[in-house]
Write a protein that binds this ligand. Structure first.
Ligand SMILES: CC(C)(COP(=O)(O)OP(=O)(O)OC[C@H]1O[C@@H](n2cnc3c(N)ncnc32)[C@H](O)[C@@H]1OP(=O)(O)O)[C@@H](O)C(=O)NCCC(=O)NCCS
Length: 177
């Protein structure tokens, strides 16, 4: 399996919008009311919105190609930090998704390694993220990558207010390795 990770460009907006909507639906459709799902996807994953995000200097988008197909993506975003994240130089791992055919096959691990490198390059010493409280697979993946639970916040999916756990990890060991 060949995994190539690149920084996303504006020209990737359509492919990213499709992958982002697909992976969000795959992950959450079973637990989300259809109208909330449609509202969220329409508000969040349009092509022009992805293009703006790809061009935004506060956002880093990483794309994972597996055997020539777009299989996953991650986005780092600088901005506000929840009060439960108290460590220094925090950066948000805003989105981290691998499509189902490539889950459990190492693509997520390769993408996480690149995320850590990119976050360190941006000067971060702490990574934090929000993960839906019942997303057991993602929580297990983050825990095995050194994250731990620091608190919670509310995340809106359409009109549904969901609880996300806030997971945090230090990047010091990356910098020192
Ligand atoms: C979260 C994600 C990136 C992890 O990538 P992955 O390739 O599935 O990760 P891995 O298989 O390496 O690790 C997942 C771990 O969860 C475990 N797991 C699988 N299903 C599980 C479940 N239902 N409950 C608890 N743990 C589970 C696996 O056994 C594995 O742990 P192990 O390596 O110790 O055995 C990927 O599953 C994904 O993209 N999911 C959909 C999108 C998503 O949820 N993104 C996170 C948003 S915050």
């Amino acid at each position: 399996m060949s995994i190539v990770i690149t920084a996303g460009l504006a020209a990737d907006a359509m492919a990213l919008a499709e992958l982002a909507a697909l992976t969000f639906r795959e992950t959450f459709a079973a637990d989300t009311r259809p109208d909330d799902m449609e509202l969220h996807v329409a508000e969040t994953y349009g092509v022009s919105q992805q293009e703006q995000e790809l061009l935004d200097p506060d956002i880093t988008t990483l794309l994972a190609d597996v055997d020539g197909e777009l299989a996953g993506y991650a986005q780092l975003r600088s901005g506000t930090t929840p009060s439960c994240v108290t460590d220094d130089a925090p950066l948000e791992l805003w989105r981290f998704y691998v499509a189902q055919p490539w889950q459990g096959r190492g693509a997520a691990q390769a993408l996480m390694q690149r995320v850590e490198e990119e976050a360190s390059r941006r000067g971060a010493r702490t990574l934090w993220l929000g993960v839906w409280e019942n997303n057991e697979r993602a929580k297990a993946f983050y825990r095995k990558n050194g994250f731990s639970d620091a608190g919670s916040h509310v995340y809106m999916v359409g009109t549904d207010a969901q609880t996300d756990r806030i997971f945090v990890r230090s990047l010091r060991e990356i910098r020192n390795s």
